[in-house]
Design a protein around this ligand. Structure first.
Ligand SMILES: [Zn+2]
Ligand SMILES: [Zn+2]
Length: 228
């Protein structure tokens, strides 16, 4: 005889907003949910780190503009974006951190790049204009309200603008508990290709995966606003 246990009600997914999040794993007192719709994996809302914890962590992992290893790490994102930009475009390095290495690399290719970071470059004016391109390198996994953040990024992009995202995709459930990327206490949401497909659909963006752990999104030429 098959006994089916009552399922707990599903939780709203912070990425696609579907009521489709179910408990996926409990590791060291942290509960992760998986969205059955967009396949995002996210930390339970009550356990999100507070601003002090985040600030301490961010100040610990500093990336240096002139560190060749870090530049090599960023090169696939920089190159896939640069290959698609007309000369002399205006961009924003969103979540640039204390040493904006990616912005430096893109400037060297002749583009202008503004900086925004809630902690290190909290310049509200940077969020008052529109850009030909925006980079988000090692940022989206820190979002506490991803759906809201992607909607904001959409408003910051000119029609036909590019959004370049780098984050380590979550692919292997069996190793999730021992996955180093998960262990960073400020990494609270993990994405899969399908997650970006859902985000792209919502905002009417075109989606490309030019390289490992990189999603490139192109905003619509005629913007119609987010779909419900
Ligand atoms: Zn979802
Ligand atoms: Zn990170």
């Amino acid at each position: 005889m098959k006994i089916s246990l009552p399922r707990l009600p599903a939780i709203e997914c912070p990425v696609c907003l579907a009521s489709a999040g179910r408990l996926f794993a409990s590791i060291g007192g942290r509960d992760y949910l998986r969205c059955e719709d967009c396949e995002a994996t996210f930390l339970c809302r009550e356990q999100l780190p507070g601003p002090e914890r985040e600030s301490t962590e961010y100040r610990q992992h500093r990336n240096q503009c002139d560190d060749p290893a870090y530049r090599a790490f960023l090169r696939p994102l920089a190159e896939s974006l640069l290959a698609r930009l007309a000369p002399g475009r205006d961009g924003l390095d969103f979540g640039c951190g204390p040493d904006p290495a990616l912005a430096a690399m893109i400037r060297e290719a002749g583009h202008r790049v503004g900086l925004y970071d809630p902690l290190f470059h909290p310049d509200p004016e940077a969020l008052q204009r529109r850009y030909d391109f925006i980079t988000c390198s090692e940022v989206v996994e820190h979002f506490h309200h991803p759906a809201w953040e992607f909607a904001r990024l959409d408003t910051l992009l000119k029609p036909g603008g590019w959004l370049g995202i780098q984050t380590t995709f979550q692919t292997d459930d069996a190793s999730f508990a021992r996955w180093n990327y998960r262990r960073d206490p400020t990494h609270v949401v993990f994405y899969r290709p399908r997650t970006f497909e859902r985000i792209a659909l919502r905002h009417d963006w075109q989606l490309f995966f030019p390289s490992r752990n990189i999603a490139l999104l192109k905003s619509a030429l005629i913007k119609q606003g987010a779909r419900p």
